[in-house]
Ligand binder design. Sequence first.
Ligand SMILES: O=c1[nH]c(=O)c2[nH]c(=O)[nH]c2[nH]1
Length: 286
Amino acid sequence: MAIVLGPNRYGKAETRLVSVARDGETHTLTDLNVSIALSGDLAATHLTGDNSGVLPTDTMKNTVYAFAKERGVGEPEQFALQLARHFVSTQSQIDKAHITIEAYGWERLGPHSFQRRGDHTRLAAVTVTAEQEQVVSGVTGLTLLNSTASEFHGYPKDRYTTLPETRDRILATAVDARWRHLTADGDWAGSFAGALEALTTAFANTYSHSLQQTLYAMGSYTLSQRPELAEVRLALPNKHHYLVDLSPFGLTNDNEVFIAGDRPYGLIEGTVIRDDAPPAGVEWYL
Ligand SMILES: O=c1[nH]c(=O)c2[nH]c(=O)[nH]c2[nH]1
């Protein structure tokens, strides 16, 4: 029996970068959280403490800030690609760079005034090797609600089932979604806006018999609208809204008064794929 080093990677997590593009009077704000994970021939440092192949994570953080100045930040997918290519091409012991970026939105209030958007966070994740570049975009924390056009019935019942069947309920979720691009160059801003629009349109327009059905509708509509995408992965928490029993007060409740549940929640997860798309080159997770 031998004990060996398994898969490993390292990098600087959550480098917070705020960049102001001072193009005259009207400034543009970019607000990112950048995480870097490098892997390759890193056995020596783990096994013997030889750090000759260990680019410091501090240097990775500095590279983020220097690239912001030297190249500008631009779209998160593009910025992540530039960083990933840099580490793979300049560090011979590194064969894979995985960069994830959370981009926080700021709405313009004036030429140099902004209001932080709280409604969702944009995501980008790229993986670069010598052979391949994979780009994934996504969104998290996008809370959506339909106040009707949602039913849930016809499910199996056993001795522990208490859930009443419903023909009219609130359907609400906080969308956590990732979508894989077919190529590593594109109109990242337009693609993100289009995918977000497709997801929300499908949520609003689907008459739902389950959140699972809504998940498939959101993924398939997004792929139908966005030819640059190969695959959409969705994790949809079912943000339950429970009807309040108003009968103790002699009142009816015709789907008007709800308790917003917190925990536990149903979690519906699924992938929708274009069947002629090439498979992902490297595994990616939500
Ligand atoms: O849309 C739903 N899907 C389920 O699987 C489920 N399970 C549950 O209790 N409520 C719901 N709603």
